[in-house]
Design a protein around this ligand. Structure first.
Ligand SMILES: [Zn+2]
Length: 137
């Protein structure tokens, strides 16, 4: 049990690096995907060792698999990394990096960048919201 505290500290450091550390966005995205895959494999191994899959029905196993897939796809979709500085952005409405201002991808599962002016386009579609935004400035 002595290893738990250092392991937890390492995990916190790793999560801090993923969220705020400076590295190219592609590297951070790869590291994030590897982390998610390791978490899923770890959870499945733990569940298997505790005997979760020995007496459960195929339907239950499929449901567990579908739930894990939904969570993983949700994280992959909503989590973006700035291509310039690697800042983690989980707000899908932001079109530019809050730290360095570089354009972000449209969501976490594409390489297509936001275009300059996407915000203006949205303001035309939702005039009420744009007016409220203007008043705030
Ligand atoms: Zn950035």
């Amino acid at each position: 049990m002595l290893w738990i505290a250092p392991a937890a500290a390492l995990a916190v450091l790793w999560l801090w690096f993923l969220a705020r550390g400076r590295a190219p966005g592609a590297v951070k995205r790869l590291a994030f995907r590897a982390t998610l895959a390791a978490l899923v494999v770890g959870l499945l191994l733990l569940a298997g060792r505790r005997g979760l899959f020995e007496r459960s029905s195929l339907g239950f196993q499929l449901a567990v698999g579908a739930a894990m897939l939904a969570v993983v796809v949700g994280y992959l979709y909503t989590t973006r990394f700035c291509p310039q500085c690697g800042y983690m952005v989980r707000n899908l409405k932001a079109s530019a990096c809050p730290r360095c201002g570089a354009l972000l991808t449209r969501h976490g599962m594409t390489a297509a960048l936001h275009r300059r002016g996407d915000d203006l386009l949205r303001a035309e579609v939702l005039p009420g919201r744009a007016a409220r935004t203007r008043m705030r400035r």
